[in-house]
Design a binder for this molecule. Structure first.
Ligand code: ATP
Ligand code: MG
Length: 367
């Protein structure tokens, strides 16, 4: 899949900007704060119907204006498609595909697959388990529509069950109602658990391969361990056994909402011992494996957005990364770099014919 053209109207710091892209490598260069990441975010909107950075749509409208429009011309399965995402204050966000409004935004997600590698991904390593669950959930949901349905059911039932537990502090616990919630929790919880476990099994070899390639077989053994209450025990039995504790805590203390994916380097947790470069390589490995998982299922190469990826990687790792691009493992690529000379040289050294866009204060100054 390729993005051939992109137009931004009143999107973040762009009043109006038109881009025509190369099928392989596109590089946005310019000083800090000029709007390089904003272009990637515009592309991200076309795939995910939301920003990767700011969840409040209104804040992505150019200051002082009341609507943004992001327009993309794609080529997918050799067919051309136009996707428009627009948002006006006080109205519903619109996704329009070839002139037709999409009824449910969630139906759109995954149709134009995109993988973004960004500096704040580091939170996946440093942050709490919720972020890692979100990463894998969003990935699995793109590949399996039922998964999203079960996640929604589970989250909803969990909320209701927790309110019931809170409510029972001053009244008798309504066991019939609890049983209804539990049955639904068990059904969806088991589905989610089984999918997460199966997904990690297929994801791990892809991830390890990419990491090994990037690190040049530097004897760095990486792993992801899926940890879940439900791995060795029956979820239904656990819920029953924990009811006394749940009433005291006023929340559900077992279940897949507590799952974690533990990242390790050697025998230790990555966040404790990994160097910055190792952590960055780990993240890139995760994202490249995400790319492949999507490609394997959808038979479409996602767009790959690499935001400031060259920082913190040593030259050897950068060259390996560029090599993957050159050999066609990836499809179309969008890179940002605040150091134009570095990118120019890297691409030249690798003999990559890239389209360079020089950005200054929300304007394209040179093509
Ligand atoms: N809604 C908005 N309206 C106007 N300007 C905005 C809006 N949102 C963000 N900006 C501006 O966009 C700029 C940041 O753009 P961006 O993050 O794309 O920069 P960058 O080129 O990626 O910089 P860096 O090299 O530091 O990563 C800031 O100057 C910010 O004020
Ligand atoms: Mg940036």
């Amino acid at each position: 899949m390729h993005l051939k053209k992109l137009t931004l109207y009143d999107f973040k710091n762009y009043e109006e900007a038109h881009f025509t892209f190369d099928n392989k490598v596109n590089c946005f260069l310019g000083k800090n704060g000029v709007g390089k990441t904003n272009i990637l975010d515009g592309i991200y909107y076309l795939g995910f119907t939301k920003s990767a950075l700011n969840g409040v749509d209104a804040q992505n409208i150019r200051h002082g204006k009341n609507q943004f429009i992001v327009k993309g011309q794609f080529s997918r399965n050799n067919q051309s498609a136009e996707v428009i995402c627009s948002y006006a204050i006080g109205s519903k966000k619109i996704i329009r595909e070839d002139g037709n409004d999409t009824k449910k935004l969630s139906d759109h997600i995954g149709r134009y697959p995109i993988v973004l590698v960004a500096p704040n991904d580091i939170e996946l390593i440093w942050g709490g388990s919720e972020l890692r669950r979100k990463f894998f959930d969003s990935l699995i949901a793109q590949l399996d529509k039922n998964y999203l349905e079960h996640l929604i059911i589970y989250t909803n039932q969990l909320k209701q069950r927790n309110s019931l537990l809170k409510f029972s502090a001053d009244r008798r616990l309504d066991y019939d109602l609890l049983e209804t919630y539990d049955q639904r929790l068990i059904h969806s919880g088991n589905y989610i658990h089984q999918k997460r476990a199966a997904f990690i099994t297929s994801f791990l070899p892809l991830f390890k391969d990419h990491y090994a390639f990037l690190s040049g077989e530097a004897e760095e053994e990486v792993d992801i361990e899926y940890k879940s209450d439900c791995t060795d025990q029956d979820f239904g039995v656990m819920l029953k056994n924990s009811i006394k504790r749940d009433v005291i805590l006023q929340r559900t203390s077992v279940g897949i909402h507590r799952d974690d994916f533990v990242f390790t380097l050697g025998a230790f947790e990555l966040k404790r011992i990994g160097s910055q470069g190792q952590q960055k390589s780990f993240l890139i490995g995760l994202k490249l494996a995400e790319f492949q998982s999507i490609e394997n299922v959808k038979k479409i190469k996602p767009l790959l957005l690499l935001d400031d990826i060259f920082d913190k990687l040593d030259d050897e790792r950068i060259h390996k990364l560029v090599a993957l691009v050159v050999d066609g493992t990836f499809g179309q690529l969008f890179i940002t770099d605040a150091r134009p000379d570095r990118s120019r040289k890297l691409l030249e050294d690798a003999n990559v014919d890239a389209e360079l866009f020089l950005i200054d204060a929300g304007k394209l100054v040179e093509v």
